[in-house]
Design a protein around this ligand. Sequence first.
Ligand SMILES: [Fe+2]
Length: 386
Amino acid sequence: MNPAPAHFQNHLPRHVITGRGAALSLAELCRSHGWKRIFIVSDAGVSGAGLLEKVATPLKAAQLLADTFAEVPPEPPIDVVDTIAGRITACGADAVIALGGGSVMDAAKVAALCALHGENAREFVGIGKAGGRGLPTLLIPTTAGTGSEATFVAILTEPATGNKVGVVDPCILADIAIVDPALTDGLPAHVTASAGMDALVHAIEAFIAKVATPLARGLALEAARRIGRALEIVCREPHNTAARDDMAIGSHLAGMAFANSSCCAVHALALPFGGRFHIPHGVITGCFAGEMMRHNAPACAEDFAAFSMALGWGAMSGEAFAAKLDALAKSIGLRAQLHKTTVPAEAIAAMARDAVAIRRLMDPNPREVTEAVAARIYLAVLSVVP
Ligand SMILES: [Fe+2]
């Protein structure tokens, strides 16, 4: 176990509401904050599933809905954020609701900042560049995985290069986060599996990171308790509402955990690979987790025993923990999803170099990851062709 830093800070959303149906009656809540013109950010999938209408209709009836943008694409290009901010400004909105997965929430967090400050999104890329809070935000996840409603990170894509860029600042934390597990009831099985496994990886990495605060470690263990008892069940039984509830709350707690700690080397390996091959983020992190924890094991014996206990797996050795993560990625179908894509051998060295260069994720990792280690893990996990 890494000793907690002598001084630490924790950042959390200002107000968190959880419960089935919590997202369906927002008019009173918005009025109580003095918000009179609400802008909703969402995407085609959420809209197509009928969730946007459910959230928007009561706001419209209460004459609080100013406008809606429901076209956020996956891995949102940074220019989309400027488009959204322009729409927010044009309709005179005074608060922003995000209804969707990580892409929607990330785009909305930065758009709320741009709209209030009158700047382009690129001005805020980097760490601590916000210069104050943006318009108030109410973030509502519709998947159980990203934890974006609990974090102060927004990941966007620079379209010219395809590179991921981050806006990282406590000023983009939600004013209100609403975790309504009912919104996840209709998620397809492959999304349930990949998002759920990503939440598990967030909890593991938040727990073992060198920079973990005591609060983050406690949140990560409670996330593990819920995800451990629910993930395989919810993948098998999508209508099991108790398991859906556990996954929604667990992924939210895991988001809070890594916001007050860090993600580590699994996420560093995922970024250059995900940038080159468009595979769902949770498929990637879920499949790399076992091999990376095998590498981390010499530095994490005590932590892995405590974490696997919380998951309900008993106090495991590093090797047993890594093997169980591998087996889980296989049993919920992530391996099969990953191996639909083949990776040319010549891409490995460049990805390993890029991964090791992501110091904000590599430095907190409990054991050093060299380019050789990163390349070995890519080769061990991916379907590599000459
Ligand atoms: Fe992740």
